[in-house]
Each structure stands twice: as structure tokens, then as C-alpha cells.
Design a protein around this ligand. Structure first.
Ligand code: ZN
Length: 137
């Protein structure tokens, strides 16, 4: 594309982040792959941090992943007290990329085990904001 070099890099980055939220709203978990070195990034990167390539392609993740490790927070900074306890997990997606995300509240603490099957899923808040979480597969 001849417009690749036009404008500020930050403009392109914000555009790509905005697309990420739109994809989430449609139920799609998207990563970006660098066409130069082939590395996959999640959350998506507008530019490859490895070789600074701007030649990136969107790629849909299946969402299938396995739990690698997790930690449960029982204390939170001011403003987030209502959210505790919450569990942050690191999971390995079948595409090879590792993902940090909140573990769904529907998973009981005694059900959590390393290696369990999880599904990375979009999560919509009542205020319209959107993120993603790890659910039981
Ligand atoms: Zn690269």
C-alpha cells in the first residue's frame, strides 16, 4: 500500500487497536502476524517489536488454550476493591502465542488446574467497554 509511510506511526497504531475492539464485538479474537519474521502477537501489535516491520496481517485465533500459570489477587488498588478476588492467568494458545487474561468468575478456585483446557472469549461490560477473558473450554 502506498499510504504505508503516510502520517504518524501512532495514527496507524491507534487504527489497528480500534479494529481489535471491533473484532471483539463480533466475537473474534484477533492477533497480528509479522509477514517479515512470521511471529504471532497477542494482543495485536501494529508493528513487529522484533524487526520493526510494519507489514502485519490480522489472524484469527481459535481461542483454544491451556492454562500455564495463574495468580489470584485478594487486594486491589483504590477504585478496584469491588473486583477482588480476581484471577489473572497465563495461557498457551494452540497457535503458539501466550496470553495474559482474567480467568472467568464462572470457574471455581478448586477447579483450576495447570494444563486445563480454556477458551479465550470476548467479554462485554454493561458500560459498553469490551475486553477478553479465559473461560472453561
Ligand atoms: Zn517481525
Amino acid at each position: 500500500m502506498s499510504f504505508d509511510k503516510f502520517g504518524k506511526i501512532s495514527y496507524l497504531s491507534e487504527t489497528k487497536v480500534a479494529d481489535f475492539a471491533k473484532y471483539l464485538e463480533k466475537g473474534k479474537i484477533m492477533a497480528t502476524r509479522c509477514n517479515t519474521c512470521g511471529k504471532l502477537y497477542f494482543p495485536p501489535q501494529a508493528d513487529c517489536p522484533d524487526d520493526l516491520s510494519t507489514d502485519m496481517t490480522w489472524e484469527k485465533l481459535s481461542g483454544k488454550c491451556k492454562l500455564l500459570t495463574y495468580t489470584t489477587a485478594h487486594f486491589a488498588p483504590a477504585g478496584f476493591q469491588d473486583d477482588v478476588p480476581y484471577t489473572i492467568a497465563l495461557a498457551q494458545c494452540e497457535e503458539g502465542v501466550k496470553v495474559y487474561a482474567l480467568l472467568s468468575r464462572n470457574i471455581n478456585e478448586n477447579e483450576i488446574c495447570i494444563g486445563m483446557d480454556l477458551k479465550l472469549t470476548p467479554l462485554q461490560f454493561p458500560n459498553g467497554r469490551i475486553t477478553y477473558e479465559l473461560k472453561k473450554a
